[in-house]
Design a protein around this ligand. Sequence first.
Ligand code: ATP
Ligand code: MG
Length: 817
Amino acid sequence: MPPAHLDGLNNAQLRAVQHPPNIPLQILAGPGSGKTKVLTSRIVHLITEHAISPANICAVTFTNKAALEMRTRLGRMLTKEQVRQIKMGTFHALCAQFLRKYATLVGINGNFTVCDADESKKILGKMLKEPDLKNFLKNCSITLSEGTVSSRISQAKAKGFSPHDLLDTFYASSHASTKGKAKAKSFLPLTTERLEHELNSANIKETIDFVVAHLYDQYELTLREHNSLDFDDLLVYGVRLFSENPQVGRWCTHALVDEFQDTNSVQYELMRGLAATSRCVTIVGDPDQSIYGWRSAEVENLAKMRRDFATTQQIFLEENYRSTAAILAVSVAVVAQDKSRIKKTLHATHPQGPQPTLHCFPSDQIEASAIAHEVKRVVAHMGGALGYDDFAILLRYNSLSRVFEGAFRRAGVPTRLLGGARFFERAEVRDVLAYLQLADNPAYAPAFARAVNVPPRGLGAKSVAELLAAAARRGCAPLALVEGICAGRVPDIRPPVRRKVGEFVAIVKELRELAEKGTSPASLIRCILTLVRYQEYLQKTQEDADSRWQNVQELINFATETDERGAESFDIDVEDAAPPADEDDWDDRGEDEYDEEELDDLGFAEVKPKEDKPAKKSPAAADIAPETPLRAFLQASMLSTDTQQNTEDDKDKQKVTITTCHAAKGLEWPVVFIPVVEEGVFPSARAEDPEEERRLLYVACTRAHALLYLTHAASRKMAGETLSKRLSEFVSALPGVPPPANADSAALFARSPPALSPAECTTLARVLHRAPPDAAQARAQLAALAVAGTPSLWTLAAESAGTGFASAAAWERGAHE
Ligand code: ATP
Ligand code: MG
């Protein structure tokens, strides 16, 4: 009998798993061909057959959810301890872990706070409001949003460009005066006079480039002041860690990367750094599924790897184990319209199955309701072979989810939103996180600004701004300033704050002491809620206090989960990491509260950092920035706000998933709905590369095992207006669209949902490797639906489509009253 990790693999998959560890390998194949499965089996093979230590293996996944799934799968074939030791996660999460331990090797402090996209936009927003810059931009008629600047900075970081690199590029191409050059390179403050002087002959595009470079520089300074790193920094510093400290690369001898087609150049450099010495690299990817070009992903990294790792070999997988033949045919038809694409072979291993459905509804509301009811109908028909968690609604944008959430709620079908972003963006969640961030990193000014007046302490926005400005003038953290003021060591500012912040300072002090003792994040949150009387505050100020309170409770659940998971996070083997030549270069402050100069500036130099400061040790042996439970929790929360991360509600089963096509990458569900397949949405009106949009639709279609529905509406409310909509060209250009009324087997799509006869249900159950439906249960569920008097929305929609929108609107009113 073959070992479990080789069981059931086809020949090409077997070759990939058993490929010699030291020959770089690219596994290139279409969706559902088992790439992720092969990568997982290869990890087991390396450990069990080649005696590679699990601690030396680094597996990179595209989402946190994918890492969790991989851990679960590995758990079936390896011991718990072996799985724990494998370094596994997204590039961001791995870098955060490495940098926590060895921050000082790249000149940062190990107790950094991860600054999420929302926070970094706020920082930039503040800079854009500086009067000088604001006036200047106004005079030039330039509108520059924090979103635009943020993505420009992010693109620069993804390419490894510093603010100075950007400025150099500007001067290389601009007409700006040579005299200006020397000055500009020193990044002097952006005053109106100066901007005018520098840019008197530059055009608008160049002006924007120039301003972005400067904002980038100031933004970096601010992040360093706050002792925080944004998502891109995690990668940039990660690369620096590996390139400047070759010994670090030795921590990992075998690097395996999933979804390689969506790596950007900084991530590519990281991969090179990881496998610098051993060159044992395995990547899996599919150019047809590259959908992150807008975030600087470079599919050319596949060719780059073959150049950099000259002995690289390739293995192609050609069998699809996920979808029915009918679904695969539709998916391939979608992507094949891209004429520049290299054609590939992908055979379905499953039978034909029901035709995917393509249907137009009169309005967005009817579309959403019809889908919710179709989910109920299929669950009822399949008699226990399918549950709500087998269904996914894949949307082009997150913002389209609201109408679906409403429709599912009305239909009584539970849903969960995958993507996490919204949960961590909620004000109440942010409030609690701000207190925790301060307890962990007292220098983090954004957390101070948020927490200091929650609940209200009589400090208006102006007072808070004045406090921040006063702290900035003194070059200290705002928390240190108010502590100094309360202790009478520093004169109060104007308007006075001393009377107002006493309680706040005491609360943060208590939290910091608890955090230092290693108190669990869940207990810390409970403490915050009690100390600031948070429920009372919500009840006094918020209409939806109860649901907000629920969210805070959910944060406690998340903290408990992270705490449990945290115990599984890998250790970094430090033996190989030799200390640098000059030990004096090391910053051994550990987690001391303040910079001593800051203390001096504040006039309380007599306040010494913690007494129990550890004796100076070799950093190779010392735990420079220990991964406290609080820090692990904050990191998980901040990384969860990235759109590609999913942690919220993971434990919730039996809910229909609503998510974006991007976040669905690598995942699969028995039944998939792709609504709003309309011009302006798919492809998105904002998209730069229509072919990337087409591939995104391909990725979405190929998530389905057994049933696939593409739907669109003839009219849709957008930004308060009702617009007429057209089917996406990606679909309307396919042969046999629109589908014939009585779809025959030759058509790509059917117009109505599948009949799901008993025989069809049994076939589907087989495709899904599930127990065949229980006929009695199915009948009972159908009866319950009949009692509820649910009309067939699909039929209703078809009828009203024929008679115009008036009747559809009437129906809608009736249905929603
Ligand atoms: P994607 O490109 O979408 O990430 P993938 O190539 O990574 O897809 P996997 O997710 O690894 O594909 O596999 C798709 C499905 O096919 C999974 O359910 C997996 O268990 C199954 N599968 C893969 N190989 C086999 C096999 N040899 N026998 C049976 N099932 C398989
Ligand atoms: Mg995969």
